[in-house]
Each structure stands twice: as structure tokens, then as C-alpha cells.
Design a protein around this ligand. Structure first.
Ligand SMILES: *[C@@H]1O[C@H](CO)[C@@H](O)[C@H](O)[C@H]1NC(C)=O
Ligand SMILES: *[C@@H]1O[C@H](CO)[C@@H](O)[C@H](O)[C@H]1NC(C)=O
Ligand SMILES: *[C@@H]1O[C@H](CO)[C@@H](O)[C@H](O)[C@H]1NC(C)=O
Length: 383
């Protein structure tokens, strides 16, 4: 049942988030100013720590029956890539998956809003208005998880955006996540970042503050922890807020507003919550969703890095092959190399990727990445 191990790929540049690169120059200075023996000890200890196998964890009470993956789509309005997901779910036994969509309140998924019947009626009815970068985003994630927890067959929960695509067929994805008793949650320490607000202490001590990708895959036990949490969520709601843009009409008040911590809740909440519950030992500390960061964004623009959007021309077979060949991720702020594993077997790191335009998704479909699919049928009836 285990997915085929990854072929040994050529060394690939590590996935890098904004703060991961920035940390390196200072680290290098520290390294060089340390004595050689310290460096050797450091390297040896990091080898020892990061290459030793993870201790086994207890598996949550067995569910009798066919376990499902719950695909949780967090979307702005509709599902622009529904045609690709449609191909992905074609011919899959419906007892192996379920779909939940959090969209704007009032959006109903039916033949007038989606081309794929898999999504009909799959919107959750208690959805809220989401402001990107606000705590409403994590509330929406919690609503999705809560809806999916109502079905006891849902044993794995994967969060996806409206621009996410699968990189493999369903059976590969299913086996990959089902053999793992661990959640896949990108989570790391970043001592240099200024998003932690000391006012969160003591409810969230600084040493439990984590950062990582919003795009998670969790086991049922961890989904329950997220849905049951009131304490950490309310601290986030109060203190983890996005810095408002400068508003000239507010004059001097801007100075005060700009001094606030710029905090993106969805890049910290699940990671920090699981750390608070001492559950990090039950994680693969990486994301299953590939993001390509635009490294050309300059500091002058003061926007940090941005995810690049794949277009038809940049989603060619070679590029997709490279992404699928990545077998480790390097976390610069922790000197941690995460060799990608599921149930102790070496596997490619990424099952999904973002952000894909319709054209890019169309190209993926034509490459038969997700399924044997006759793309000409789709081209004959353009959306
Ligand atoms: C699914 O993908 C895997 C790996 O890419 C492949 O080995 C397998 O044959 C595919 N299965 C189907 C049903 O297409
Ligand atoms: C995980 O791997 C172990 C050792 O190879 C194997 O015995 C076990 O069945 C695997 N677990 C699942 C859920 O496939
Ligand atoms: C990358 O960022 C640069 C600078 O902000 C921008 O000009 C360029 O269009 C971006 N590229 C992509 C593919 O998003």
C-alpha cells in the first residue's frame, strides 16, 4: 500500500520562505566567529538529531470501515480549477473521499456555479466573510474542519485553496497520506521575526510561537484539537493582526498603527496551537503543497516574497517533473533538513502545488498528471 519511493533526484534548491533566506547572513557570521570545534560539534549534533528515525507514535482509535480523505477547499467565490479536480476524482470510489467548500456566504455550488458535479451542494452553510490575512481566515478553516469531523469516516483532512492543484492521481495521494499516522504541518522557529506580540504571554509563551505554511494535512486527532480550541484562537483574534496600510486621512494615528506587529494568523495558528499541545512529535514538519516563491521581488518594494502564479507557459512537463522530484526541504532558521517521509518511507515532498492559473491547470491535465484524461473533450466545450 505504501507509495512508490521517490527516484533519487538531482539535488534541488530548497524551498524557501521569506524569512528563511534573510536569516542566513547573520547565521553565517555567527558560524565563522565560532571556533572550528564548535562548528564540528554543531554539525555532528545536527546530523544526529535530524537523521535519527522518529519515534513511533500511537495511532488514534481505529475507525472500522474505509477511511476517507476530506478535501477542504477554502475559496474566495467559486472553483476556477474544478475541471482539474473533476478529472482527479473521476472513477474514484466515493467511499474514499469527501469534499467541503468554504466560500463567500450565499454561494451555492450547483450546475450554474461549477462544471464538476463532485462539488454540487458541497459548500458549508455556516460560512463567513473572510478577510485575507485576518483571523476570519483561520475561523473559516475551523468551520471546514468542524463540518468534516461530523463524518466519522473522514480520517485525514487536507486544506486547499482555489488555486491548488494535485500533482498525482487519487490513489497515489490516498496511499501517501493514509499510511502516515502523522499530520503534515510546516512548522518552524524563526527567532528574528517580529510577529510575536509579547502581550500573548503567558497564554502563548514565546518559545511555543511557530511559523509555517497555511496549507496543512491533519489526522483526525489534530483536527479535533483545532476545532476544540478556544483559548489560542481568542489570543490570535486579539493580538495577531495584519498591520493596516497607511491611510493618509488618519494622519498621526498611522504612526501608532504602523508600530503594531504585522501578524498573519494563518501562517502561525495551527503550528503554534499544536506546539502548545505538545503534539509536534506527531508531525511531519513540512507542507505537502509546493509554492514557488518569487525571489525577484526587491526589498525596495517592501512586500517580502510573493508566491508566483504558474501560467500555461511555466507549467510545462519539465517544471512539473522537477517539483515532483524534490525529496527534502531545508529550514534555514533551524539548520533543519527535512527528508520527506511518509510512514518512514522516503517519498517526494509534494502532493499538491499552488498557485495555478486555469491555463496552467489545463496544461497539467493534458500531461495526464492526475488521470488519463482526454483533454480534447474539454477543449471542445470551453467554460
Ligand atoms: C497513479 O500514479 C502512480 C504514480 O505516479 C502510478 O504508479 C499509478 O499507476 C497510477 N495509478 C493509476 C490508477 O493511474
Ligand atoms: C508503516 O510501515 C510499517 C513498517 O514498514 C508497516 O509495517 C506498516 O504496515 C505501515 N503502516 C501503514 C498504515 O501502512
Ligand atoms: C516577480 O516579482 C517581480 C518584482 O515584484 C515582478 O515584476 C514579476 O512580475 C514577478 N513575477 C511573477 C512571475 O510573478
Amino acid at each position: 500500500m505504501a507509495p512508490a519511493p521517490a527516484p533519487a533526484p538531482a539535488p534541488t534548491p530548497p524551498l524557501r520562505g521569506p524569512k528563511r533566506r534573510h536569516a542566513i547572513s547573520k547565521r553565517m557570521v555567527i558560524l565563522f566567529s565560532a571556533s572550528v570545534s564548535c562548528v564540528v560539534v554543531l554539525l555532528l549534533s545536527s546530523l544526529f538529531i535530524f537523521h535519527s528515525p522518529k519515534p513511533p507514535i500511537s495511532v488514534s482509535p481505529l475507525f472500522h470501515g474505509t477511511p476517507k480523505i476530506a478535501f477542504l477547499f477554502l475559496v474566495r467565490r467559486n472553483l476556477p480549477l474544478d475541471f482539474l479536480w473533476d478529472a482527479f476524482f473521476q472513477n474514484v470510489d466515493v467511499s474514499r473521499f469527501s469534499i467541503y467548500v468554504h466560500s463567500s456566504p450565499g454561494i451555492v455550488l450547483d450546475e450554474s456555479t461549477t462544471r464538476s458535479y463532485f462539488f454540487y451542494g458541497r459548500q458549508i452553510t455556516n460560512s463567513i466573510q473572510v478577510l485575507w490575512g485576518e483571523s476570519s481566515m483561520i475561523q473559516a478553516e475551523r468551520l471546514l474542519l468542524a463540518a468534516a469531523l461530523e463524518d466519522p469516516a473522514n480520517q485525514r483532512f487536507v486544506l486547499l485553496s482555489d488555486s491548488c492543484v494535485p500533482l498525482y492521481n487519487f490513489s497515489y495521494v490516498y496511499n501517501y497520506v493514509m499510511v502516515s499516522p502523522r499530520s503534515f504541518v510546516d512548522s518552524f522557529l524563526d527567532a528574528k521575526e517580529g510577529r510575536y506580540n509579547p502581550k500573548m504571554s503567558p497564554k502563548i509563551p514565546r518559545e511555543k510561537w511557530r511559523k509555517g505554511s497555511q496549507w496543512i494535512m491533519v489526522v483526525r486527532k489534530h483536527a479535533e484539537v483545532i476545532v476544540d480550541d478556544d483559548v489560542i484562537f481568542s489570543v490570535f483574534k486579539k493580538y495577531c493582526k495584519r498591520r493596516p496600510p497607511i491611510d493618509t486621512s488618519k494622519g498621526k494615528l498611522n504612526l501608532k498603527l504602523q508600530k503594531q506587529h504585522n501578524c498573519i494568523p494563518d501562517e502561525h495558528y495551527v503550528q503554534t496551537l499544536l506546539a502548545m499541545h505538545d503534539l509536534e512529535g506527531e508531525l511531519e514538519r513540512r507542507t505537502l503543497t509546493y509554492t514557488l516563491w518569487n525571489q525577484s521581488a526587491t526589498k525596495m518594494e517592501n512586500k517580502g516574497w510573493h508566491p508566483m502564479t504558474f501560467s500555461y507557459s511555466t507549467a510545462g512537463p519539465q517544471r512539473i517533473k522537477e517539483i515532483k522530484g524534490i525529496n527534502h526541504v531545508y529550514y534555514e532558521t533551524e539548520y533543519r533538513t527535512e527528508w520527506c517521509l511518509t510512514n518512514s518511507t522516503s517519498v517526494p515532498c509534494f502532493l499538491f502545488a499552488r498557485k495555478f492559473s486555469k491555463g496552467a491547470a489545463m496544461r497539467l491535465l493534458s500531461q495526464e498528471v492526475v488521470n488519463d484524461f482526454d483533454v480534447s473533450a474539454l477543449l471542445a466545450t470551453p467554460p
